[in-house]
Design a protein around this ligand. Structure first.
Ligand code: B12
Ligand code: SF4
Length: 500
């Protein structure tokens, strides 16, 4: 370690999920892939684990640090990122602070207006971050380096042009040894371990970040590389249950078949799951489904978004309800779980559309015991998407400061989304909160710790009441919402208070 230059990387809490299970800080490992570890020492602090503050304080007190990198999604993660950056700036003003991830990429100028942010990285950073590190190590500004935003010596904000996409197959393996993998694995419980399968999606749903962030350009990682990553995780850490991060895994059937074949050839006794666009899986025939299951596929997530075909058309997502119901019945014959994604709080949605969503969900759940509904979130319009522009016509109040953007998520964005009000607002919130309990997904999500077991029991007992409310559109006196909100608030403000 002696003689090496220290780089501090921080993964702030991203919401209530982080109390239920602990995903590895994949974005932070990804940006270290090309860092020269002979020259630099990486210190990763993950706010999901208790003791993070003590470690942060220790590192800030004892170590010479070149830069602190913080990952930020819009909403909660940004909120905690801001607090941590402020803390670092106050106690160690000599450390350069770099923000990266989806939020800084979407509002770079607003980020750089803040005193506590010196640099931002736009988009995927495997190649950009090492260049930035080299610049800072030489005490230079990243003049002309694509994909970086910064302030020059006159405090003028400079945003360099975006960098072209990288070839994911050329990337070095992830440096899992930079984190304590055992700690994550023990908290994962029955959940899947996340690995990357692709970036980008060719579809064009008006609300989706992909249309902007990945410019609809899909780049898939080769099946060989995915399998080699799985093998490494299985042999070294005993991980045998994977979720493949790929927003549309079934776009190339040839690739999927090759992937299944390689699992068998390598005799990998694993389970895997993924996400798919409905159009790319609706015509899978029985033999293919059997083949997928025999290779270890355990579940698939599919975006349906609304029960109203009219709403879907406006979102540029084309699904025929009766076809979907038929598909759901067909798939119910197999030992394959299917998770449907729905959204609520869409600007042009009427109460009647929300009822259509409830009705469709009822049918999907009753026809298929293997069907589940993912938590239904209130949709926050993502900057620069077509849906964002549509929302302006409905009175969207665009956040102006970074602090405002940090409140811009499904739970707290009401002040920016004026259509989430009155009865429609109540039904949207009802759908969001009740969706956690209408099936037994929570069973799967919560680890088997003592508190986890209590929570599971509560969910099991509450499930029939939730189903009753949901099935009967009974959203009056929804006191449970208040309870869930309070628990959520208590958990998050406990963390916030630790920083003040
Ligand atoms: C795993 C995951 C999670 C995890 C962990 C998130 C995390 N930040 O670690 C959990 C379960 C906690 C989570 C929660 C949520 N998520 Co999520 N999640 C994902 C998922 C499936 C994979 C993310 C990932 O690891 N990708 C792989 C890594 C390597 O890519 P990356 O994160 O983009 O990182 C690269 C760059 O961004 C950059 N970078 C990232 N961080 C940093 C930091 C520095 C210093 C630098 C220099 C660069 C850099 O470099 C990296 C390498 O190229 C994505 C979907 C997807 N396909 O990406 C959704 C996604 C990111 N999630 C999303 C959402 C909406 C949420 C939630 C809000 C859901 C909800 N309603 O509750 C919550 C809460 C997040 C919040 N508001 O804070 C959206 C974000 C859309 C948006 N506009 O911001 C996505 C894109 C899904 C989608 N299709 O809409 N999520
Ligand atoms: S299919 Fe999914 S990932 Fe692709 S654009 Fe539509 S919502 Fe986004």
């Amino acid at each position: 370690m002696k003689g090496k230059i220290n780089i501090l990387l921080i993964s702030p809490i991203a919401g209530i999920h982080d109390f239920l299970y602990k995903n590895i800080p994949l974005p932070l490992l990804a940006i270290c892939r090309n860092i020269d570890l002979e020259k630099y020492n990486i210190i990763i602090i993950d706010q999901k684990f208790s003791g993070w503050k003590k470690r942060l304080k220790y590192v800030l007190k004892k170590r010479k640090i070149l830069l602190a990198g913080i990952t930020a999604l819009t909403g909660y993660q940004l909120k905690f990122g801001i607090l941590i950056a402020g803390y670092i700036r106050k106690h160690r003003p000599d450390i350069k602070i770099v923000f990266g991830g989806i939020h800084p990429t979407s509002t770079p100028e607003i980020c750089l207006k803040e005193d506590y942010i010196d640099y931002i990285v736009l988009g995927e950073a495997e190649e950009i971050f090492p260049r930035l590190v080299e610049c800072l190590a030489k005490n230079k500004n990243p003049v002309g380096i694509k994909g970086i935003g910064y302030k020059d010596k006159n405090k003028k904000i400079i945003i360099n042009e975006e960098k072209e996409f990288i070839n994911l197959d050329n990337l070095a393996d992830l440096p899992y040894n930079l984190i304590n993998m055992k700690r994550y694995i023990s908290h994962i419980g029955r959940r899947e371990f996340y690995i990357e399968g692709a970036r980008g999606c060719p579809y064009n749903c008006s609300f989706c970040y992909n249309t902007i962030y990945n410019r609809r350009i899909r780049r898939a990682i080769s099946p060989e590389k995915i399998i080699s990553n799985m093998k490494h995780l299985l042999l070294n850490y005993g991980i045998d249950n994977f979720f493949i991060i790929d927003d549309s895994f079934f776009v190339s059937k040839k690739r999927v078949f090759k992937f299944c074949r390689l699992i068998k050839e390598n005799r990998l006794a694993i389970n895997w799951s993924c996400e798919a666009n409905y159009c790319s899986i609706k015509s899978l025939d029985n033999d293919v489904i059997k083949e997928l299951i025999s290779s270890g596929m355990s579940w698939i997530a599919v975006g349906v978004e609304s029960g109203s075909e009219g709403i879907r058309r406006k979102l540029n997502k084309h699904i025929d309800n009766s076809e979907l119901i038929e598909f759901n019945r067909k798939i119910s014959k197999y030992n394959l779980k299917i998770r449907y994604n729905f959204m609520t709080g869409i600007a042009f949605e009427e109460e009647e559309d929300l009822h259509k969503t409830i009705t469709l969900i009822k049918i999907l759940l009753s026809d298929n015991p293997n069907a589940m509904i993912q938590p239904i979130y209130i949709t926050v319009p993502f900057p620069k998407t077509r849906y964002f522009d549509q929302c302006k016509k409905y009175g969207l109040k665009v956040p102006k400061t970074l602090a405002e953007w940090s409140k811009y998520d499904s739970y707290r964005a009401r002040e920016f989304l004026p259509w989430i009000s009155g009865k429609k607002g109540d039904v949207s919130e009802f759908l969001m909160y009740i969706s956690y309990f209408i099936d037994l997904k929570i069973e799967h999500h919560i680890s088997d710790s003592a508190i986890g077991k209590v929570l599971k029991l509560i969910c099991k007992v509450y499930n029939p009441f939730a189903r009753f409310r949901f099935n009967n559109f009974y959203y009056s006196f929804f006191f449970e919402k208040w309870l869930i909100k309070e628990i959520n608030k208590m958990q998050l403000s406990a963390i916030e208070n630790k920083l003040i």
